[in-house]
Design a protein around this ligand. Structure first.
Ligand SMILES: Cc1cc2nc3c(=O)[nH]c(=O)nc-3n(C[C@H](O)[C@H](O)[C@H](O)COP(=O)(O)O)c2cc1C
Length: 372
């Protein structure tokens, strides 16, 4: 036992006591295979409950409306069946002693007309990301989306508000707004996807407006200290995003401005790809943003036990989220507590139906198997 590891120290997340600083990162797993896109007891509830020893779980991205969808079999948080399904998840996770936020998601242009009865997906501007969309008929090329009207913007913001209300009803400890990874909010932040000439485009302040307006509306229905937000500032060459000279100043502006809020946390990703040769990109995100942001900073991407302990010890982050390691190690906390080697994940089963590669990873460092 070496429980003096920084990752294993308790953390007070605005009154929510985390027994450790290890967070399960949000991960789409495409197991909501039913007419209502609702989470199920035998799959979702068991999967999250197996991982309840995490200091905090953040669920898979969950679409805030039908319009928000971009991938097959993802769970939502806008209809009655979904709220009931999530209630079951939060009940079991809480009974097992865990804490859980839901990630609120709108894919924007990373979608396909096949999800929208042939209508175009929504985006800040009519610019095709030239990516692939994972549709019911397999991968298809993305299309040129519809530039959102003011009415689309108002309705979408209301969808986030409704989703946050539903999250409260479903018993979540908080919500994370998915403003990262090239999806709708990120599309507003970037010149590569936003060439609007109204109050939502042009200046940095304008490009951030859709996000801040939404945040201000969401905090009317859930306290701001129960809201987390996610950013991937140096995302480049994937999810339809590229870094340009305004990218980092845009995120600097947004993150600095978030000091005026009392959020649960900001959740940042180190670059998904090597950006050391990319002009204007920042290679070390935690180091860059730690001096700028005064509240709780969660860092992600490529962390393991050693790197996670170091980033907290160095004072560059308060919390560390783990993605793929949480796919294959439901008992990641206990493994680090007992120094039990981690198991490898199987990419082939990330997004396939059923329990294989989902609820059947062994919790080697635990005495008893978790059942619900
Ligand atoms: C299968 C899979 C699904 C993911 N789905 C989401 C998602 O729904 N929302 C999100 O913000 N990030 C998503 N991500 C990104 C992860 O949260 C995380 O940023 C990424 O895996 C890097 O962290 P890691 O190196 O610890 O795995 C996903 C990653 C994986 C592997």
């Amino acid at each position: 036992m070496n429980n003096d590891q920084p990752l294993l120290q308790a953390y007070d997340l605005n009154g929510l006591t985390m027994p450790n600083r290890m967070v399960m990162a949000p991960m789409t797993r495409s197991r909501a295979i039913n007419d209502k896109d609702a989470p199920t007891e035998d799959l979702h509830s068991l999967y999250y409950t197996q991982r309840a020893s995490a200091g905090l779980i953040i669920t898979e991205g969950s679409q805030v409306s039908k319009e928000a969808v971009g991938y097959i079999n993802t769970a939502g948080i806008y209809n009655k069946e979904q709220v009931e399904g999530w209630k079951n998840v939060t009940k079991h996770v809480h009974e097992q002693g865990g804490r859980i936020f839901i990630q609120l998601w709108h894919c924007g242009r990373i979608s396909h007309p096949d999800f929208h009865n042939g209508e175009l997906p929504l985006a800040p501007s009519a610019i095709n990301p030239h990516e692939k969309s994972f549709t019911p008929d397999g991968f298809k090329d993305t299309v040129t989306p519809k530039a959102m009207t003011q009415e689309d913007i108002d309705r979408t913001q209301q969808d986030f508000v409704n989703a946050a209300k539903n999250a409260v009803e479903a018993g979540f400890d908080g919500v994370e707004i998915h403003s990262s990874n090239g999806y709708l909010f990120h599309q507003f932040f970037a010149n590569y996807s936003n060439n609007r000439t109204d109050k939502y485009g042009g200046s940095i302040e304008n490009k951030a407006r859709f996000f801040f307006e939404t945040l201000d509306k969401v905090k009317e229905v859930i306290p701001e200290d129960k809201i987390g937000v996610r950013f991937n500032p140096s995302l480049h060459g994937t999810f339809g995003m590229k870094v340009d000279k305004e990218t980092i100043p845009t995120f600097d502006y947004i993150i600095e401005k978030l000091n005026d809020y009392n959020l649960a946390y900001i959740h940042l990703s180190e670059p998904f790809t090597d950006v050391s040769d990319v002009q204007y990109a920042v290679s070390e995100i935690a180091k860059h943003y730690r001096p700028i942001y005064k509240g709780t900073l969660m860092i992600n991407t490529g962390f393991n036990q050693e790197k996670g302990n170091k980033v907290i010890k160095d004072g560059d982050a308060d919390l560390v989220s783990f993605g793929k390691l949480y796919v294959s190690n439901p008992d990641l906390v206990e493994r680090y507590q007992k120094n039990v080697p981690v198991s490898d994940w199987d990419e082939e089963t990330f997004y396939v139906p059923g329990k294989k590669g989902y609820t059947d990873y062994e919790a080697k460092a635990r005495e008893a198997e978790i059942k619900i």
